[in-house]
Write a protein that binds this ligand. Structure first.
Ligand SMILES: Cc1cc2nc3c(=O)[nH]c(=O)nc-3n(C[C@H](O)[C@H](O)[C@H](O)COP(=O)(O)OP(=O)(O)OC[C@H]3O[C@@H](n4cnc5c(N)ncnc54)[C@H](O)[C@@H]3O)c2cc1C
Length: 381
């Protein structure tokens, strides 16, 4: 079905993203896997193209596009290449950006945003801790006031861009007796004394994305490093959830749709019993089923993109998009592996990596169970 949410400007932007990825990124994908990291050159090159500053005001080096559809186009094109690119770039440009634009002082904007746009200041966000991620309000990292400073102690885990980030938004407990209402966000410089990183975590998929632990041992931050209001960090995090969930949903679906297209071609080319394997009725019906699932899901995600562009996307509708697309993506990719036969199990085949890369989407950024819990509560249950 023809999609109707983008106009000429969005499609021109899509072409520029595609051209950039083909020229500067695709030739280096295997190096990213070997290094278990997306190199800084990627970030600065993306910065030069203006891809990191879509939400950042022009005075700080961004383009303040004011239209989420540009973010959506960028996410779709990255997801067609692999999962790691939209996840790493998305954390920086789609998830951290709103915090740094909407919750910061002028001085913080001056300090952080120009480098954020050029890719010289790479960011991450540390919410999850070894003791738990789903129950965010129970986080244990503390920040204790000491004059005009705060002393932060604790640890974070599974942090995307965590190994190389220059600035990490750290959620820490500032008022221990208040659960959700006692959390504050701090912009912590990765070079601070007492800030250290664990190894790059060895994941099932997305080898290219750097995911690491972060340890905070008597890290000193000042009032000037507080992002938003003291004790209001949980509310701030909830405020930006619709965009985080929508970005995940766009990624999930674009990634699955791309691999499904490649799989369709494979089923036309691959022969068994004298015919293309796609022509066997089982596989034909399966592909009809998978294409229908992807396109029907796309209609919902597109409505979410439009709603978010108007500033009307609710956290619950975004939760529906997030868990559903994760499920569709995982189902589709599992079938795509099956349709590739033994080749589908070989890492040198894109479909195999895509299947491994996608497994996490039902877990991160709020697991499918947590999304359903929220939707259930919204139903009055
Ligand atoms: C590759 C990767 C990258 C990540 N990047 C980041 C990042 O950049 N920043 C960050 O802060 N975090 C990040 N995360 C963390 C991620 O968001 C958490 O892993 C996720 O929120 C789940 O938390 P958990 O792992 O502690 O699982 P737990 O919270 O321990 O949950 C374990 C299981 O119990 C289920 N469960 C928990 N509570 C309920 C409930 N109430 N009802 C039903 N089931 C429940 C969960 O759904 C899950 O299946 C990343 C994770 C991964 C794997």
């Amino acid at each position: 079905m023809k999609r109707a949410i983008y106009d000429e400007d969005h499609e021109a932007f899509r072409s520029s993203v595609k051209e950039f990825l083909d020229r500067e990124v695709v030739p280096h994908l295997e190096e990213h896997v070997a290094e278990k990291a997306i190199p800084r050159e990627f970030w600065t090159a993306a910065g030069k193209q203006g891809f990191l500053g879509l939400e950042i005001p022009e005075e700080y080096g961004g383009s303040a596009a004011g239209d989420y559809r540009f973010n959506a186009v960028l996410t779709e094109e990255l997801a067609k290449v692999n999962m790691a690119l939209p996840s790493c770039l998305g954390i920086h440009a789609d998830i951290v950006a709103p915090y740094l634009v909407h919750l910061t002082t002028d001085e913080q904007k001056q300090r952080w945003l120009p480098g954020f746009c050029t890719g010289e200041l790479l960011t991450a966000i540390g919410m999850t801790e070894p003791s738990g991620g789903s129950d965010l309000a129970a986080l244990k990292t503390t920040a204790v006031r000491d004059g005009d400073d705060w002393v932060v102690n604790g640890s974070k885990t599974f942090i995307t861009n965590g190994y190389s980030a220059d600035l990490v938004i750290i959620a820490a407990r500032t008022t221990p007796e208040k659960k959700a209402r006692g959390i504050t966000l701090f912009g912590v410089d990765g070079a601070s004394e007492g800030f250290s990183r664990g190894r790059k975590l060895d994941k099932v998929g997305q080898d290219e994305s750097d995911t690491s632990e972060i340890f905070l041992e008597d890290v000193r931050v000042s009032n000037d490093d507080i992002i938003g209001e003291v004790d209001n960090g949980f509310i701030h995090m909830m405020t930006f959830l619709p965009q985080e969930r929508l970005g995940s949903a766009i990624t999930n679906l674009a990634h699955a749709a791309q691999i499904l297209d490649e799989t369709l071609q494979y089923t036309k080319d691959r022969k068994a019993f004298g015919r293309s394997i796609g022509q066997f009725q089982h596989n034909k019906f399966l592909l009809a089923d998978l294409y229908t699932r992807v396109e029907v899901t796309q209609a919902y995600v597109d409505q979410c993109v439009l709603a978010h562009t108007r500033g009307e996307l609710t956290p619950i509708d975004a939760a529906k998009a997030k868990w559903w697309t994760a499920q569709v993506q995982n189902d589709v990719l599992d079938h795509c592996v099956q349709l590739h036969g033994g080749y589908g199990y070989m890492n040198e085949y894109r479909v195999a990596r895509a299947w491994r890369d996608a497994r996490v989407t039902k877990i991160w950024a709020g697991s499918n169970e947590i999304m359903k819990e929220l939707i259930g509560r919204d139903l009055g249950l």
